[in-house]
Design a protein around this ligand. Structure first.
Ligand code: MD3
Ligand code: FE
Length: 222
């Protein structure tokens, strides 16, 4: 429509920034603000998931308590045991299936994957990480999923984070990428097994999310 007419000037659409797609690797993208128009539908569903399976701090096989708290929804959730890391159909805290993946979360993930060039994404797991100020995630690879052909889709909410994007060896140089509320990152193909981590979150209070960062990662795990 004519942008100078007043009719829809204050509609959500008119207020929306154009989505910016930044390429950060051969097959990796950050879709700036991509999740913002979805959030008022996503956040109530996320709250309902967390009411069923609350955040908990998992202990690594090496005996370290992770500083990021974790939950999951979908057919599979990520867990730690003394044996190692694995995906499980049951929430070990409750010995019950994880909450189902809310359709609006699934739709957001599939839509973002497609915007980054990955069609037919079929996520079966959504990991939910909560970082309070000071929490971090050290450099690691995600390699517990059965199928590395599928991308990983990550939605950042709340306080900003500095994401570290490394190479295929732990010792490879890392690039720093700031991730903000509403940003969606998509990784796949040749970048799927790159080392990555999150620097300690700086103190702050996000106007919508409070004093925390929440990250959703959608994967095809099984
Ligand atoms: C790059 N989470 O849960 S998500 C994780 O922000 C994890 O909570 C971080 O790493 C967070 O495992 C980063 C972005 C992400 C996820 C998977 C990747 C980046 C990736 C796999 C390969 C390369
Ligand atoms: Fe990871």
């Amino acid at each position: 429509m004519d942008p100078h007419s007043t009719g829809d000037l204050f509609s959500d659409e008119a207020l929306q920034q154009p989505a910016r797609r930044e390429q950060i690797g051969e097959q990796s993208y950050v879709l700036r603000g991509y999740a913002l128009p979805w959030l008022e539908r996503v956040l109530p569903e996320l709250r309902a998931v967390l009411a069923q399976s609350p955040f908990r701090h998992m202990v690594t096989p090496g005996g370290f308590t992770m500083s990021a708290a974790l939950s999951s929804c979908g057919e599979l959730g990520w867990t730690t045991t003394t044996q190692g890391y694995r995906y499980s159909p049951l929430d070990p805290e409750r010995q019950q299936p994880w909450p189902g993946m809310p359709p609006i979360l699934r739709e957001l993930a599939i839509d973002a994957a497609s915007a980054a060039g990955f069609d037919a994404f079929a996520p079966d797991a959504c990991l939910i990480n909560r970082y309070v100020p000071g929490a971090r995630m050290s450099l690691h690879q995600d390699k517990n999923e059965r199928n590395y052909n599928a991308p990983v889709v990550s939605v950042s909410l709340g306080l900003p984070a500095v994401f570290l994007f490394g190479g295929h060896q732990r010792s490879d140089k890392t690039q720093k990428i700031s991730l903000f509320h509403g940003d969606v990152a998509v990784w796949g193909g040749v970048d799927r097994l790159r080392y990555h981590g999150v620097q300690p979150i700086k103190p702050g209070v996000h106007p919508r999310m409070g004093p925390q960062r929440i990250n959703l990662t959608f994967r095809t795990a099984g």
